[in-house]
Each structure stands twice: as C-alpha cells, then as structure tokens.
Design a protein around this ligand. Structure first.
Ligand code: ATR
Length: 278
C-alpha cells in the first residue's frame, strides 16, 4: 500500500508538516508521501478538493485560510471539529471526506507530555486571545476534563463566542488589563495569538509582573521557540511550555486518524526544535 497525504492552505511553502509526517512514515514503515497543495484564494476550491479526492488521497491537513471553508466540502464531521467550527484534518474513507480537528487535543497532549500530572492539580487556566487557535485549545482542554478556563481578549465578543461553544465547567471573560492584574490566580497561562512571532519578536501580549512562580507559561508561537513571553516567564522562575510541541502532537493525532498507527515521539521534539532553530 502506498499512501498519499498532504496539506492544503495558502501560503504554505515553508510548512514543517511534510518533514514531520515523513518522520512518522519512516518510523512506522509506512510507504507514501506528504505533499504541499497550495490553493490560491481565487482558485475553484470545490474543484481542487475534488481533484484530491480523485487522486485517492488517504488524508490531508488543512490550514489557514481554509479551516472553516473546507467544512462545506465534507461528507461528515466529528464532534470535536463541529464544536470548534474548524477542521484541520480530513480522512478520505472510500471517497467520503470526514473532518476532524486535532489542534485542541494535540495541544492538550503536548502539555501533558511536558507536565504529566498537571490535570490532577485541577488548574486554573487563562487563555490569552480568542481566535481560531484559542477556540481549538479551549474545546480540547474542556473535553479532556479541564474545567476552569477563563479567556482574556482585546475584543470581548470573540471571547464570549468561544465560551458558548462549550458550557461544561466555568469560564469568565476578562480584558487583557484585568488578566495582568489577576495573573496570580492562574496556574497555566496560554498565549494563543500571533503576538511575539517573527519578525516582531520583542512584543509581548501582557506583562507578567503578578505571575505565580509555580505557574506554567505556554505559548503557541514557535518562531522563535523562545518567545519574549516565555523568556519573561522563565526569568520569573515559572515553568514553560513551548509552541512547537503542539505542532508535533496535532500531526501525530492526524497520522493516527489516517493510518491507525501509534507514533513514539522519542527525540522528535528536539529534532524539530533543532530544525526550527536552523
Ligand atoms: P488564529 O486563527 O490564528 O487564532 P485569529 O482568528 O486572527 O487567528 O485570532 C487572533 C487572536 O489574536 C484574536 O483574539 C486577536 O484579538 P481580537 O479578537 O481582539 O482581534 C488576538 N490578537 C492579535 N493581535 C493582537 C495584539 N497585538 N494584541 C492583542 N491581541 C491580539
């Protein structure tokens, strides 16, 4: 069996997903290839997806700007992806396209890999930002049993919308200023926006003056891996959680959906870190 996998999005020429999935294929002796399919904004999206279906592609990942658009082309969608309202992984089951979202659960897996007993402490979690990434992580955490998750965002309505996607547990909405002043109430603080990403690497979404020393500071930005936010948290004695590990675990869950194979991460985390740092 020779498998075709791929990624759709735009622009995605520099994506690390092909490298990650090639490592997974090697490890599991899966014969196949993972290809980049850039779809420009003015292309016939439906035709492009049908083209993939006809190629007998086994599965593909979906990234910006198509995580919501793809839903119209699917035959079915799983519950997690429906709750999030976005799909990052598609399985082709005999011509029927089924949508999943592995971003949220990938995030949770990466967090628990780094801090194995974190859930048992029933942590108070603060999400910074309320875009697509925050939506995925919020639902991933809630469906994994993390119940106390507050959201701080510049735009109140966007945070309120996320809260409505999952009503289990409790969630308060804060301004970014309130988040700064109440930071000592939180055990895990997750930065889900693009603030701090290359080239604006000296930007930081909130100050960490009130950070608890025992807290975990997490950033989904991975270019650079050590963002200003993480550096600041580390300087204050907090634990840190790096963004590239989410990329790795969302890919692992996608590979499992396509092939039923379990991946052993071994040193892949370090390998990816080295690759990102050149
Ligand atoms: P993604 O899908 O990658 O999460 P997005 O949907 O554009 O991206 O969401 C970006 C999030 O980052 C939003 O919550 C945005 O805040 P608003 O809801 O107020 O727009 C937040 N964000 C982006 N730049 C920001 C900045 N400079 N300061 C604070 N928040 C920012």
């Amino acid at each position: 069996m020779y498998y075709l996998f791929g990624l759709i999005g735009y622009p995605i020429k520099h994506s690390l997903s092909p490298w990650i999935h090639e490592q997974f294929m090697k490890q599991t002796n899966t014969r196949g290839e993972y290809t980049i399919f850039e779809i420009e904004q003015n292309a016939d999206f439906k035709a492009e997806i049908n083209n993939l279906r006809q190629k007998n592609i086994k599965g593909f990942n979906v990234t910006i700007p198509y995580k919501e658009t793809i839903i119209n082309e699917l035959n079915d969608i799983d519950e997690q992806a429906r709750n999030i309202g976005a799909v990052n992984t598609v399985l082709n089951l005999d011509g029927k396209l089924i949508g999943y979202n592995t971003d949220g659960l990938g995030y949770v897996k990466s967090l628990e890999k780094a801090y194995p007993s974190v859930k048992e402490t029933d942590p108070n979690i603060l999400l910074l930002g309320a875009g697509g990434a925050a939506r995925g992580i919020y639902n991933g955490l809630k469906s994994s049993g993390y119940l106390n998750i507050d959201i701080a965002n510049r735009t109140f309505e966007k945070a309120e919308k996320i809260k409505q996607t999952n009503l289990v547990g409790r969630t308060k909405i804060l301004t970014l200023e309130e988040a700064e002043s109440k930071l000592d109430q939180y055990d895990i603080i997750i930065q889900t926006t693009s603030v701090g990403m290359k080239p604006k690497t000296n930007e930081q979404i909130i100050n960490l003056d009130k950070l608890k020393q025992t807290a975990i500071i997490s950033d989904i930005v991975y270019q650079p891996i050590m963002t200003q936010f993480l550096k600041d948290g580390k300087k204050r004695g907090a634990n840190i959680h790096k963004g590239h590990t989410m990329l790795l675990y969302q890919a692992e869950l996608a590979f499992n959906i396509w092939t039923n194979q379990q991946i052993k991460m071994n040193d892949m985390d370090l390998k990816l870190q080295n690759k990102l740092e050149g």
